[in-house]
Design a protein around this ligand. Sequence first.
Ligand code: NOJ
Length: 548
Amino acid sequence: MSDRWYEKAVVYCLDIDSFADSDGDGCGDIRGLIGRLDYLARLGVTCLWLNPIHPSPGLDDGYDASDFYNVDPRFGNLGDFAELLHQAGNRGIKVIIDLVVNHTSDQHPWFQSARSSPDSPYRDWYVWSETAPADRNQGMVFPGEQDETWSYDRTAKLWFYHRFYKFQPDLNIKNPEVREEIKKICSFWLQLGVAGFRMDAVPFIIEETEPGNPNSPKDMEFLSELRQHVQWRKGDAVLLAEANVEPDQLTKFFGDDGGSGNRIHMLFDFMLNAKLVLGLAREDPEQIIDALRDTPKLPAGGQWATFIRNHDEIDLSRLTAEQRKDVFDKFGPDENMQLYGRGIRRRLAPMLGNDRRWLELAYSLQFSLRGTPVLRYGEEIGMGDDLSLNGRDAIRTPMQWSLLPNGGFSNADPSKIGRPVISGGEYGFEKVNVTQQRHDTKSLLSWFERMIRTLRETPEVGGGTCTHVDVPVPRGVLVHRADDANGSMVFVHNLGNKAGVVDLSSLAGEAEFPNDVLADQEYPEPGKLDAIQVEGHGYRWIRLRRTV
Ligand code: NOJ
């Protein structure tokens, strides 16, 4: 039985600046987060993923670091961070942080020095070209907000490469000093006590950029090198990578060293994410089944991180044009809800019309599918979005804690709060907040607590295999199962809104005492599993057998 902690983790992703403000300056901070750890422990999360914590000009919400060895002074100091790690640890919660080393901010002293003189020791830490590269208008990640990937720097009198925004020059991975520095950054934070890293933009970190070549080679070996280093410093540290690449490229990122992965431990499952959202839009699980079937076999220790919402747009670029259109039509019909021509900048509750049954169905499905579930802060109370804000800021509004001013997020004057708290209407803090839901056993928050607790008693999800069960079902219904040495579970999810009956008799032989451990409502005992009911947007988690 595997004891890899990340296979059984429940990951909660949050941005310190939008979570809880302890000192009334309008910006969330580490002490505010420490004050909310009991809330997170009660919810049942076991691992926090913190969006960037480093000092930064803040032009890309911290994904433009200007110092990798400190925390943003708006959040507190390193002492506060050490205290956070200690307090989280006391509650059995691990902390991983965003490691954003594809690029730095252009304000980073390394870049400032690099651009200032050809003799700078940092000159070769970035990627330059003397002439305008022919591919300078290709490969932009933020079309509409970004025109090019190479820009001219007047100080250096050279072109520099930036896969993302112009203020995020790429580091040069070919330079051994850069490679060493990335390892040093990891060592530093591991030494402080983080449990690992969410690695930003991994396919671009390892890009050995050649001016004029839009398909520059990738140095996969750097990932093996980094893994070895990280593992040596902290045996159970985890690398969780953002690598939104073609499916046939995925296994390279896990690495395969005679059967056990030697590169990244966990990858976000972008394909399943898009297909999950497509399944919800079409009320048809067909594409989810395809995703389960088509993804490559992972090496031992390799794990998917499964999510519906994160801090970015829902990326639909891996869907066909027709599939994407179906999702846009259903969940993002207004242009203002869409982003970069490929995604949706909304939270799930508004996408699903705040339909409680549909929301439960969606999250029950996400959490019971393969891999480690990742939950974005605020989803557990059904927060909404603010489409009047720019781009991805729409889904980055402050956490809604209570009926207090600013939703209990901060006691600052509202004009001092960067992204305003959502107020008024269906999703305002007056209607959607933690305090009210905490007192209501029927609230979405209470449901999440129950669901997560149940998941944690179901180690075969995450730790075991996840397969589609091919039994006759009414349209809209997905049956899948999870198995490992602990036992077996079967899950029935009705993506459609009409009740149906599912024949699970083919599983009867292996069911010792089938029972619902979680369901959208009370159902008659599953008995011999001959024909079981499931309501429209209903779900049932049925334990077949438990060995220990
Ligand atoms: C991916 C992150 O998720 C996104 O928020 C960020 O803008 C880019 N990487 C650049 O770091």
